[in-house]
Design a protein around this ligand. Structure first.
Ligand code: ADP
Length: 186
């Protein structure tokens, strides 16, 4: 059973690393970005709403995201194997809602992995990735939103004694190893 949150700026490699750990240890990988992009592709009501925020690099409203996560965390695979949260929480309100959900499930967080990457490297990576919301203007806004709304979670989890900071620049495999060590899997 693994119960972790991956935290870090856009382009830090959260998705890549979260997926590797999830596959290796058979733990559900829950990415709010993936869930929202799937909804956009399917053209559902959620997708239409999400797209209007994602296109500007803004956050989808807390209530919407909290509802999605609450439903996902109530699934049996989570109860059995835990979870790797990638892209949630992204605001203090989401973090507090997560605390409440995990309390109700009696599944306290093991760790929060904070993948730290320098700003210049982030912009370089995101421009190279070329996703629909990876244009320079939207990236700039996502970084601002990250600094204003998500970065405060670093201290929130540090104060709870859950934070492990890992430098996210270098070989992908090396970073995965550091994460595994932080999770006590090696
Ligand atoms: P990134 O690569 O920037 O970390 P993600 O794939 O995690 O991007 O998310 C893409 C977009 O989806 C975000 O810019 C935001 O609009 C929306 N989103 C994802 N997760 C959340 C969340 N927890 N709260 C609000 N919006 C979210």
């Amino acid at each position: 059973m693994i119960k972790v949150v991956f935290l870090g700026p856009p382009g830090a490699g959260k998705g890549t690393q979260a997926l590797k750990i999830a596959e290796k240890f058979g733990v559900p990988h829950i990415s709010t970005g993936d869930i929202l992009r799937a909804a956009v592709k399917e053209g559902t009501e959620l997708g239409k709403l999400a797209k209007s925020y994602m296109d500007k690099g803004e956050l989808v409203p807390d209530e919407v995201i909290i509802g999605i996560i609450k439903e996902r965390l109530s699934q049996p695979d989570v109860k059995e194997r835990g979870f790797i949260l990638d892209g949630f929480p992204r605001t203090l309100k989401q973090a507090e809602a997560l605390d409440q959900m995990l309390k109700e499930l009696s599944m306290p967080l093991d760790r929060v992995i904070y993948l730290n990457v320098d700003d210049e490297e982030i912009v370089k990576r995101l421009l190279a990735r070329g996703r629909a919301d990876d244009t320079e203007e939207i990236i700039r806004n996502r970084l601002k939103v990250y600094r204003d709304q998500t970065a405060p979670l670093i201290n929130y989890y540090r104060e709870k004694g859950l934070l492990v900071e890992i430098y996210g620049v270098g070989e992908i495999e090396e970073i995965t190893k550091k994460i595994e060590q932080a999770l006590g899997l090696l």
